[in-house]
Design a protein around this ligand. Structure first.
Ligand SMILES: Nc1ncnc2c1ncn2[C@@H]1O[C@H](COP(=O)(O)OP(=O)(O)OP(=O)(O)O)[C@@H](O)[C@H]1O
Ligand SMILES: [Mg+2]
Length: 311
């Protein structure tokens, strides 16, 4: 089981390895929501890019597909065989048996077939709590405190993971608020365009209010700039606007517009398994983004990785 006493979304696994010294290592399960009030800016793409990086790094990861459209489940190539979807688990959260109802991503098999399993140890873990239209019943603006804790209760069974990524729908209704309640970090996704930047500012304000009222231990959101076109004067302008508005919360690196992104998603492939230089560069960017996202001190390190990705 997981010890959920450590503030909003912060959980401690009691199954962490006990080294020879006898000192029990304590790893936190990081629960990260990927949100934006605006649709189509790349929440699911960033979620799956981070999941791909986590798989490549050998970090045991669960993706919770909270969007009723279930795009993340499709992109992650899941084939449920009678497991309950996340909507059904949320309906009876205290009785939910998460470990019995997650479905391994199809990427895991492919990683093994490519010989890409991380060196050394135990088999790679990338599981999915499968999305379905059924979650829509919770996407109301008036969800009460008790209902907001449904996902936290389901994730009490998430002790085999080090990272939980929650793909949210594009609204501030019950599902996103449920995800924030269960999280210790929120990542906002924005395109460098006027409406998206304005939407991010609104989401940021909503998140601040939410933290004050419901989740004082929730970290301030990091912001991922997605679909950045380096040659675009408008994007350059909006990116500098975002830097002045959000300062250090703007995560590095930015994710560029990727010509073959839809083809990769359509094939339900991981960016780390797709051939070619552009996919390799994008994979390195997600490696760096994941490292920065998980850095507890919020420093924007990994320039080295970014440089490698640019080459
Ligand atoms: N960096 C990128 N380069 C190219 N295409 C991208 C990129 N990021 C996202 N897309 C494309 O943009 C579309 C929307 O992306 P995605 O579904 O990830 O957004 P979303 O925010 O999850 O949408 P929704 O709000 O509907 O859940 C998809 O067709 C996706 O393939
Ligand atoms: Mg989505």
């Amino acid at each position: 089981m997981v010890d959920a006493r450590h503030g909003s979304g912060e959980r401690r696994s009691r199954q962490d390895p006990v080294p020879a010294t006898g000192v029990r290592l304590v790893f936190h399960v990081q629960v990260v929501s990927i949100s934006s009030l605006k649709g189509g800016v790349g929440k699911t793409s960033v979620t799956t890019g981070l999941a791909s990086a986590a798989l490549a790094a050998g970090i045991p990861t669960l993706v919770v597909d909270l969007d009723p459209h279930a795009d993340a489940s499709t992109a992650l190539g899941v084939r449920p065989e009678g497991q309950q979807d996340i909507g059904r688990m949320l309906k009876a959260p205290r009785r939910a048996r998460l470990s019995e109802h997650v479905v391994p991503s199809g990427w895991v098999e492919r990683a093994a077939a490519h010989g890409r399993a991380p060196a050394g140890s135990s088999p790679a873990i990338l599981d999915v709590a499968v999305g379905s239209a059924y979650t829509g019943i919770y996407d109301r603006p008036d969800l009460g405190r008790r209902d907001l804790r449904r996902l936290s209760a389901v994730l009490a069974g998430a002790d085999k993971y080090k990272l939980v990524l929650v793909d949210c729908p594009p609204s501030l209704n019950g599902l996103t608020r449920m995800a924030w309640t269960a999280s210790n970090k929120v990542t906002l996704v924005a395109e460098p365009g006027l409406f998206s930047v304005a939407g991010t500012e609104r989401t940021m304000r909503a998140l601040q209010l939410f933290r004050r009222e419901f989740a004082p231990n929730l970290s301030p959101a990091g912001i991922v700039a997605n679909r950045v076109r380096t040659g675009s004067a408008e994007h350059t302008f909006r990116l500098s606007e975002m830097e002045s508005m959000f300062g250090g919360l703007l995560l590095s690196p930015h994710i560029p517009e990727q010509a073959n992104w839809q083809q990769i998603q359509g094939a339900a492939h991981s960016i780390h398994h797709w051939p070619g230089d552009s996919a390799r560069n994008a994979a390195a960017l997600f490696d760096a983004l994941l490292a920065n996202l998980l850095a507890t001190d919020g420093r924007r390190a990994t320039a080295r990785v970014r440089d490698r990705a640019r080459r």
